[in-house]
Ligand binder design. Structure first.
Ligand code: ADP
Ligand code: ZN
Ligand code: ZN
Length: 840
């Protein structure tokens, strides 16, 4: 193959703009060395991952652009580590992917995200790339007709040039390997062919190539969990460390991680396991057959008139083959999923691919199973709960075109599908679509943008659309499809408001669950139907208070009260993971009169067990379920009727379709209303409507009990009436009046530092920078102490920026970051959040 090398030596230099995972808003230029250029033989690098030297280390980045022109020198300087002399442009060390990891449309999408959300370009692309693991994705070659003819031709020749001899040998080797024998594959690694040489023959038409993924053999690992029902035993210090590791922030851990985290030997863990203090199970490192899927038969439903009408519209958009966005506004239980499935089918039948976004990992299980039952092997599931190997495998399956439908959470919007025809965003209003770290994108809005880029259809579905989306639908930006009644004309569940003030007057005591709700649950147990109880707070008590001075026991790092977890005997911070043993005396005044206030999910569960000792009760929240397996266990058991009462946080509120639930109780329904946030009413309305939607979905009718101290609040009233439009109108009035989205663009800028003086100094400097934008139509509030004035030891100040002109707002924000860089504020000191989901 010397001929090829010789040819490439004549090629002009190739400069690449590489996005690197560093918090800087620029790309860096590298040059492709001749040694690699020869192997690539002129193929484009855009979209491929490369290994490059950055400052003093090697980093993986992705190539965004290529050029033969020498680059802008200033960028090369910073990549080189700030050398003063004119720097040499550094060289790419390695090209990782044989094909571009990111197709061109995704590169465009990433660039948009980086601009729109004012996010560092490299960190944006890191969020879009597959996990870096030991999965090999190879090209598999076979001879074509003309390849065979070429081989014959070469064989006839008497004398062969070096290049020809190499070519003949390569063709012969590939011919001998084909068809590849999966048996021999696992026994002995096949000799790899020279990929660059083979690619050259592909371009000549002598070889056909196929992308295949080779992963490591399926292995399992042992997962350990602290057993909450453990026999009471004395724990020594090493056991205490294990408990600490398993119960603090993380929950169940793989054995090797646990050993490292707790700093104990394997023998200690094994001893605790034998004593029943730890429970354990095996999880595959790579996915195997999932029993969740195999014994499932999907319902076969004939679409009703409203569903058919909605689907007919979607069909028309798909046939038009252009960008369209629609809102499917359907009351809970109206059968939106069936419309989604029809839309996917239509998309596939037109030779296109589809993405389905759901707001929760738990929902990928339900929706994934339905979609897989309908469309078989063409489905990939992507979410952050997968292990890296599993996620990488699914990701590459999608990239190689083996999967044509992707079901996943937020980041699945970056699924590398080509020829995309449809993106569905289920429960589009959910806050979980917004990423709360850089890049702070909203998966829903990104979905609409991606659909626009790809000429695809974006279908947003909800029973309680966000104000933004409904506003867009009314304004004609999105087309509105409506499902106004439940399937088979089942009635919506009747909602009853329990006035807690009234209850207290009658009972003269406050119980974790109101007397009305307790009685309603008792009735269900008698009837042998199921009940769900929603309590949107984890833990046993919200906080520990001192009767001497009124102080709450606070986190050392955050301005937030610690939550009491009884099973772990800890006070914990839900923001930073800090935890302590509950103090016997007030840390402030030494008073001994400490008491617990506010009941959380753990306490509610305990109370129900006391009240209904024979009932089968389970709890679903982040403390009880951590893994996919655990979700499946709890939800599966509930669906099968093996659980009578399911207590949970908002995890239980969304999407699930349980047929025998006839009662839903909402404890402390007004929790969110107390928060200083412009979305408090919207959140409350959505949560109550969603959870009410879980009742009475089967043949049995349902009832919902909503406990509140503010029964007359419009969010609660309209939720009880399940009247979305009236809620929208009322809430829209407020938003318009107070200049909040959807009537103005909003951004928050947070300045933070360990030292309060720094945070103040930088805030003042930024205030001076922002001031001139007032005249250009940007309203600037702040700097003021952020609602969470201290978080993870940082002091935090906040600006809120509002403007009817998004472009100017964008300028102000991008300029602010340039300003901070010029003033040499630390890279992590300023956080810009465009379209924040909350200001608290
Ligand atoms: P939504 O997401 O709108 O709340 P789902 O899509 O979960 O509602 O559907 C609710 C239930 O109605 C599911 O059990 C589904 O199988 C069933 N269903 C959907 N369409 C029909 C139909 N046309 N006829 C009968 N049942 C249906
Ligand atoms: Zn005190
Ligand atoms: Zn904290």
């Amino acid at each position: 193959m010397r001929g090829l090398l010789h040819y490439s030596a004549l090629m002009p230099p190739r400069y690449c703009e590489v996005a690197l995972p560093v918090p800087l808003r620029s790309t860096f230029t590298y040059v492709l060395p001749q040694s690699l250029a020869g192997k690539l033989d002129g193929q484009p690098l855009v979209g491929r991952r490369v290994v490059v030297p950055f400052r003093r280390r090697a980093m993986i980045g992705v190539v965004l652009a290529e050029s033969t022109k020498p680059p802008d020198i200033t960028r090369a300087v910073s990549a080189g580590g700030g050398a003063a002399a004119a720097p040499a442009i550094r060289e790419i060390a390695e090209v990782m992917d044989p094909v571009a990891a990111l197709p061109p449309k995704l590169i465009e999408l990433g660039e948009w995200i980086s601009r729109y959300y004012v996010a560092p370009v490299g960190e944006t692309f890191r969020a879009m790339l597959p996990p870096e693991i030991e999965v090999r994705h190879d090209r598999e070659y076979s001879l074509t007709e003309s390849g065979r003819a070429r081989l014959d031709e070469l064989a006839q020749k008497l004398t062969l040039a070096d290049a020809e001899r190499a070519e003949a040998e390569l063709l012969r080797r590939i011919d001998a390997q084909h068809p590849p024998d999966p048996e021999s594959e696992s026994r002995a690694r096949r000799k790899r062919v020279d990929e660059a040489a083979a690619e050259a023959l592909v371009r000549h038409g002598y070889l056909a190539a196929r992308n295949v993924l080779r992963h490591r053999q399926a292995r399992t690992q042992k997962i350990l969990a602290w057993n909450p029902a453990a026999p009471a035993v004395e724990l020594d210090t090493r056991a205490e460390k294990v408990r600490e590791a398993l119960t603090s922030a993380s929950g169940p851990l793989p054995l090797h991680v646990l050993i490292a985290k707790a700093g104990v030997s394997r023998a200690v863990v094994e001893r605790l396991e034998r004593a029943g203090v730890l429970s354990s199970w095996d999880e595959p490192l790579t996915p195997g057959e999932d029993p969740w899927d195999t014994d499932f038969t999907p319902p076969t439903n004939v679409l009703n008139a409203e569903q058919s009408a909605a689907l007919a519209d979607i069909w028309r958009w798909l046939v038009a083959g252009k960008f369209a966005a629609g809102l499917l506004h359907g009351v809970t239980g109206s059968g939106k999923t069936e419309v989604y499935l029809g839309a996917i089918e239509a998309t596939l039948s037109r030779g296109k691919t589809a993405i389905v976004l759901v707001p929760e990992i738990a929902l990928t299980l339900w929706v994934g199973r339905l979609v897989r039952a309908r469309f078989g092997e063409h489905v990939a599931v992507l979410h952050s709960g997968l292990q890296d190997t599993e996620r990488a495998r699914e990701w590459w399956r999608v990239r190689h075109g083996e999967a044509r439908i992707v079901v996943g959470t937020r980041s699945a919007i970056f699924a590398p599908l080509e020829n995309l025809g449809l993106i569905i965003v289920d429960e589009e209003q959910e806050a979980s679509y917004k990423q709360e770290e850089t890049p702070r994108y909203n998966g829903r809005d990104t979905a609409v943008y991606r659909a626009r880029l790809e000429g695809a259809v974006a279908l947003l579905g909800s029973a309680t659309p966000s104000l933004e989306t409904y506003h867009n639908a009314l304004a004609g930006k999105y087309q509105l499809l409506q499902l106004t009644s439940r399937v088979e004309n089942r009635p919506l569940a009747a909602v009853r408001i329990v006035d807690l003030r009234e209850e207290f007057r009658r009972q003269h005591r406050a119980t974790p669950v109101s007397e009305s709700l307790r009685a309603a649950i008792a009735l269900r147990l008698e009837e042998k139907t199921q009940a769900m109880v929603l309590i949107n707070r984890r833990g046993y008590s919200w906080s520990l208070m001192c009767r001497g001075c009124g102080a709450l026991v606070q986190c050392e790092n955050c301005s937030i009260a610690l939550t009491y977890h009884k099973s772990r005997q800890r006070l914990e911070c839900h923001y930073c993971g800090y935890s302590i043993r509950p103090p016997k005396q007030c840390p402030k005044c030494n008073s001994e009169y400490m008491y617990y206030v506010g009941d959380g999910a753990e306490r509610v569960e305990e109370y129900l067990r006391e009240q209904f000792p024979v009932a089968r009760i389970a709890r679903l929240d982040r403390d009880t379920v951590r893994t996919k397996r655990q979700y499946q266990q709890v939800l599966g058991a509930f669906a099968k009727g093996e659980i009578d009462i399911l207590v949970g946080t908002q995890m239980v509120a969304k999407g699930h379709d349980f047929q025998r639930v006839t009662l839903v109780g909402v404890v402390a329904a007004d929790l969110a209303l107390g928060r200083p946030d412009f979305r408090a009413a919207e959140r409350t309305f959505q949560l109550l409507t969603q959870v009410a939607g879980r009742a009475g979905r089967g043949e049995l009718s349902g009832e919902v009990l909503v406990e509140t101290y503010y029964p007359e609040h419009y969010a609660i009233q309209y939720a009880a009436q399940q009247d979305y439009v009236s809620f929208y109108e009322k809430e829209a009035q407020f938003r318009r009046l107070l200049h909040y989205p959807p009537f103005t663009a909003l951004a928050s800028v947070l300045v933070r530092d360990r030292k309060v003086e720094n945070a103040i100094r930088w805030s003042r400097a930024l205030a001076a920078y922002f001031a001139p934008f007032e005249e250009r139509g940007v309203k600037i509030l702040g700097p003021a102490a952020a609602p969470l004035a201290r978080l993870r030891r940082d002091y935090r100040f906040q600006f809120v920026l509002k403007s009817p002109h998004r472009a100017i707002l964008g300028k102000a924000l991008a300029g602010a970051l340039d300003f901070c860089a010029a003033k040499q504020f630390p890279e992590t000191a300023v956080i810009v959040d465009v379209d924040p989901i909350s200001l608290s």
